[in-house]
Design a binder for this molecule. Sequence first.
Ligand SMILES: C[S@@+](CC[C@H](N)C(=O)[O-])C[C@H]1O[C@@H](n2cnc3c(N)ncnc32)[C@H](O)[C@@H]1O
Length: 354
Amino acid sequence: MKNNINCIDLFCGAGGLSHGFEQAGYNVVAGIDSNKDAIKTFQLNHKDSKAILFDLSNKFDFNHPDLKAIKDTKVDIIIGGPPCQGFSIAGKRLEDDPRNILYKSYMKFIDHYNPKVVLLENVPTIMSLFKGAISQRIISSFEKKGYSSNVRTLDSSLFGVPQKRRRTFFIFTKKDEYTWPDPTTEEKPLTTKDAISDLPKLNNSLGKDFSPYKSKPKNPYQELMRKDSDGIYNHISVNHTEKTKNIISLVPDGGNYKSLPKSLQTTRKVNIAWTRMNSKKPCFTIDAGHNHHFHYKENRVPTVRECARIQSFNDSFIFCGNKGSQYRQVGNAVPPILGKVLAESIKGIINDTI
Ligand SMILES: C[S@@+](CC[C@H](N)C(=O)[O-])C[C@H]1O[C@@H](n2cnc3c(N)ncnc32)[C@H](O)[C@@H]1O
């Protein structure tokens, strides 16, 4: 059920975080991103929101034609964070360093909307970047504006997502105490197999990107993922060479290049080479896509849909753009289920101050 809390998602990508907030009942007014495919995906899957294609490294004010429509909207919470590369520490404050353009843009939104809560997500390395100076400056720039800060690195696998994915969340609140959500699946995290074992076999010869479900869901997670969907999109395999298929066939479930005969171990010179998912554990972090991480059983990399399942996107959430772009959008996202857990944990604070 919708609540009356308005939210804007900055650097929204495909909208993993927004999807979670929407599932928690928030009204996602708008998502802003400079990537065309991501914005197309965002619009397709957030039909009631404004998907705004906008480069936040540009100079702007809120009379800009792309922003005018949301200029006077009441915004209770701003979610999303500037990419980590957007931070440096040359000036005394983050806002003083001309290279921190994205952070400056971000703060412009905070000043304009004066939201009750801000949720900023980033990779955990943000905490050690410039020996912790960046995270300290983020915190002090919000505290100067009257916010209390809460920072924690969370592992998605403890919150109902079948994936070990650690991300750092800054939650800034006006006056109220915030309580972090308790882990929900600490005892028995979901596994890769729990997430994807019901997906139909690939039939790329059909030449179309839709497969109806061919079996019943095998567990509550698969049931949840199938909600509002008759089948799946974005489930097309990468074409591997025979040599690649032969080499990966020698790696067992959960193994990597170390399981290969010595002569083949150095065929790819990266430490993640020839890694297979482990069917019995939460998946490793889904990233923006490459050819080193393979399915636990099939001799191929996972499809975009398999990655999306592991990221906890419902099957009804469809990704636009070419395959490389789809993998990037999925890998960049905050898992919607974790987004929803965080959204639920914040609701009380916002409701109290509305
Ligand atoms: C980590 S992703 C965000 C993922 C998103 N929170 C989700 O859950 O799906 C970061 C996003 O920042 C966007 N971005 C990078 N530079 C940008 C800029 N100058 N202006 C607007 N968006 C930008 C990228 O296109 C990318 O989609």
